[in-house]
Design a protein around this ligand. Structure first.
Ligand code: B1H
Length: 817
């Protein structure tokens, strides 16, 4: 007998149908007959919110009145994905919704499809924030997510006839957003510019302009916890303060300029992933949301108090800095404590130090934010003073810790010289209590390389928390067939709250009948994705081919080039008669990736892949055995369809460059086998699922370092591997550009002369592992047994476990009583 514990609301389907009718009438003003699927979607969203309302209100009350320290997760990105199915799941209304919608004469899929996916994040970092707030709510931990409600999210990606990426604005709020509740009464004033003057022996900031930060609240329902937390995203509004002087001079347009400028702050998400843009507007965004959030937390936890005792602030809330983007919050809290509440420097420092912790998500030096001191001084003059003072205090402290003058110089938060700059990662490391990386290897490299000097002197601050993903969205919602099979295998659905229970599937991997059921689930998911791709993109995908997927931002270090060069080499071999197409395992290589709009080589790689697809897919010599598909506009929704259908996933970054990766976890949990390097969380995944169940290849971090040190020459590899040479020559000769040899010249030039991420050096090893893959794939029972073992041994990668690690190692708090 299967034990089911998933929450289920006690209302019936027909009662829920009545609620939908009521919402249609009183919210949208339409009858059921007049309603569109989009109307029903809005009605359902509104109805679910009502069901969650009591839990939301009690959660807020308990958070304020209880003694459990809350978590404030400060993040410039929350990549939430669609909300309806997740809210229904957590409210226990899934079945009622499905039946009610049908009883009203609508197609459930049409209603769910009517929700437009908000794209308020770039990739892994933003999605991690979304998984974390899901887990916090599911564990019953009091928490706020704090971020920005961008008017335009990450751009919508299209391809033109040449296969080039075209970016279209993502105006996600053009339709109704039934989830966000805008709360004008709780807005905050955020000041900018001006100067600092001395008044009565005190430094006083006289700002030049201000923005109104208006909170838009989203419910974050926990799974089976009865808790509903809040995601508070700030929207920038102008104050209706007119520049009267300009207005009186009839310069109307000039008089409204500040208003226009103010609202620009939350207008658009910067589409750079893993690189820094260093633009003024970006700093304005960062200050905008951290300033509003800090004031909001004081308002929430000291309601109605004019003179709160803020020495207790670190007992009320701990702020986690999701990368350096919110680090300007550190001098802001100092300023608030000193200038607004009259604390002395040392007291303010103690409070600030206890309140903040910092998560670093990268090792790429270009991704560590450094702001010009001049720019900070212009936008936030008082903050610059405080940062300088923190730097002085730090320098003095270091003198007591080490005699190494060079080291002290290297560690400066504010650099010396003609154009001083502020290193945000250093500021966060010094000012906060803990610093963590996002996978074991990454945390180790942070200590050994990126923040070496800091870990030498402040070793205790450093810790690791390996990333995780929420099993609710990425197994239960994305893969209902697998979820049912897991529940059948384990005899309970408790695993959704305790993912380590998946280990109970290990013995079932020896049961051929169970493995065959598992294989059938995969096949059904493949057919499901094929239908999805046809319906949404008019792309044909043959379910009788291996689904081999690479989905992630397009970046040189992630090495999409390696994947496409390998495929081109196979194609070249077939064309040259060196490879018998009848012996090739039929495959569909599926890509999904957005390139930053200004990232030239990344965009060219997209163009190349699209054109390889055109040539290879249509070449009769290939007999449909090699297929390339580039799914446009990769987003959470595509991920939810594609990951459960994938058999082989690619995690082939250069070792030491991918901090963690999180799609690797989603794939393992959905029964794909991974081909990957020893990078990021791949290392831990392989350790858990077993080396036999993971296709490893490529250089290690140490080998990469040694090769850099000895001087790397990509041409050597080009000359020595004829397959590699053949593939690159094919690109250079215009096979994928209608004979034009110039189209991909910059890419070819980079491969042969620079190849910073050593794609060519790893090419041969990558090819070698492909033959192992093909052999195993030929034995479907064995393949699926290994895939099932990936599922069974990946429970560790639940974001619930990540949050438990944060609670224990960093936040020192837990569930509400
Ligand atoms: C990650 C970013 C990132 N690391 C700057 N760094 C951004 C940096 O808008 N920006 O300026 C945006 C994003 N994102 C990713 O974080 C890592 O590359 C992944 O390896 C990791 O899994 C993920 C979550 O920790």
């Amino acid at each position: 007998m299967t034990e089911l514990t998933a929450p289920k609301s006690s209302i019936t389907s027909s009662e829920f149908a009545d609620e939908l009718r009521e919402q249609l009438k009183y919210t949208q003003g339409v009858t059921v007959e007049q309603a569109t699927a989009a109307d029903v979607y809005v009605a359902a969203a509104t109805a679910v919110r009502r069901h969650l309302m009591d839990s939301w209100m009690t959660t807020q009350q308990d958070m304020i009145n209880g003694n459990t320290k809350a978590v404030g997760y400060l993040s410039a990105e929350f990549l939430m994905g669609k909300q309806l199915r997740n809210a229904l799941l957590n409210a226990g209304l899934t079945e009622q919704f499905d039946e009610a919608v049908e009883s009203l004469g609508f197609d459930v899929q049409d209603v769910v499809d009517a929700e437009y996916e908000p794209g308020l994040g770039n990739g892994g970092l933003g999605r991690l924030a979304a998984c974390f707030i899901d887990s916090l709510a599911s564990l019953g931990v009091p928490a706020f997510g704090y971020g920005i409600q961008y008017k335009y999210g990450i751009f919508r990606q299209e391809f033109d006839e040449d296969g080039k990426q075209v970016e279209r604005p993502d105006y996600w709020l053009s339709n109704e957003d039934p989830w966000g509740h805008i709360d004008y009464g709780r807005s905050q004033r955020v000041n900018f510019g001006g100067e600092v003057v001395e008044e009565n022996g005190k430094r006083v900031w006289k700002p030049a302009w201000a923005v109104r930060a208006v909170p838009v609240d989203y419910m974050v329902p926990g799974y089976a916890s009865g808790r509903v937390n809040t995601l508070r995203l700030w929207q920038a509004k102008s104050y209706d303060e007119f520049d009267l002087l300009a207005f009186n001079k009839s310069e109307y347009m000039k008089a409204v300029e500040p208003q226009v400028k103010a609202e620009n702050i939350s207008k658009i998400l910067y589409p750079e992933d893993s690189t820094e843009v260093g633009k003024e507007l970006r700093l304005e965004q960062q200050y905008f949301f951290t300033c509003a959030s800090i004031h909001d937390a004081i308002r929430v936890f000291y309601p109605g108090q004019d003179k709160p005792d803020l020495t207790t602030f670190p007992d009320k809330i701990t702020f986690q800095l999701n990368d350096t983007h919110p680090v300007i919050g550190i001098p802001e809290l100092m300023r608030v404590l000193i200038d607004e509440y009259g604390y002395d420097w040392d007291t303010a420092w103690t409070i600030t130090n206890k309140t903040f912790n910092y998560t670093c998500h990268t090792l790429l030096p270009e991704a560590l934010e450094v702001w010009s001191a001049k720019l900070i001084g212009k936008l936030l003059p008082r903050h610059l003073e405080i940062i300088k003072k923190i730097n002085e205090q730090f320098m003095a402290e270091l003198t007591g810790l080490t005699d190494d003058a060079e080291k002290i110089e290297r560690m400066r938060i504010v650099t010396d010289g003609k154009e001083p700059a502020v290193r945000m990662a250093y500021l966060a490391t010094y000012a906060g209590s803990h610093v963590n990386g996002v996978a074991e290897l990454h945390s180790q490299l942070l200590k050994d390389v990126t923040l070496r000097d800091f870990s030498d002197l402040y070793d205790k601050k450093f810790t690791n928390v390996t990333n995780g993903v929420t099993p609710r969205r990425f197994i239960k919602l994305a893969n209902p067939r697998l979820s049912n099979l897991i529940t059948e295998g384990l005899g309970t659905d408790k695993w959704l709250e305790d993912l380590d229970m998946l280990e109970g599937l290990v013995p079932l991997a020896q049961d051929d009948e169970f493995v065959k059921k598992f294989a059938q689930v995969k096949m059904d998911n493949k057919i499901g994705f094929s239908n999805f791709a046809k319906r949404n993109f008019n792309i044909d995908v043959d379910p009788n081919t291996m689904y081999n997927t690479m989905i992630k931002r397009l970046h040189e270090y992630k090495r999409q080039s390696l994947k496409i060069l390998e495929l081109i080499a196979d194609y070249a071999d077939v064309k040259a008669g060196k490879l018998d197409i009848d012996k090739v395992t039929p495959r569909t290589v599926i890509f999904g990736a957005k390139a930053a709009p200004g990232y030239y080589l990344a965009k060219m790689t997209i163009q190349l892949i699209n054109n390889v697809a055109k040539v290879v897919n249509n070449d009769p010599d290939i007999k449909g055995k090699l297929n390339v598909v580039f799914v446009p506009n990769y987003n959470i929704r595509v991920a939810q369809h594609l990951i459960p259908a994938t058999e082989l996933d690619e995690q082939i970054s250069q070792a030491g460059k991918e901090a963690s990766g999180t799609s690797n976890m989603k794939f393992a949990l959905n029964g794909a086998l991974t081909v990957g390097t020893l990078d990021g969380a791949n290392v831990e995944i392989r350790a858990r699922v077993g080396a036999d169940n993971f296709f490893l290849f490529g250089m290690t971090v140490d080998e990469v370092e040694a090769m850099y040190a000895n001087g790397y020459d990509p041409r050597k590899y080009y000359e020595s591997d004829p397959r590699l040479k053949g593939a690159i020559d094919m690109v250079a000769s215009g096979v994928f550009s209608n004979g034009d040899e110039d189209t991909y010249e910059p890419l070819v030039h980079d491969w042969l002369n620079k190849d910073w991420f050593m794609t060519l050096a790893d090419f041969t090893a990558y090819h070698d592992v492909q033959s192992q893959i093909e052999t195993l794939y030929g034995d479907q029972l064995e393949w699926n047994r290994k895939a099932l073992l990936n599922v069974a041994n990946s429970g560790y990668f639940s974001s619930d476990r990540s949050i438990e690690d944060y609670l224990e190692r960093i936040w020192k708090t837990g569930p509400m009583a």
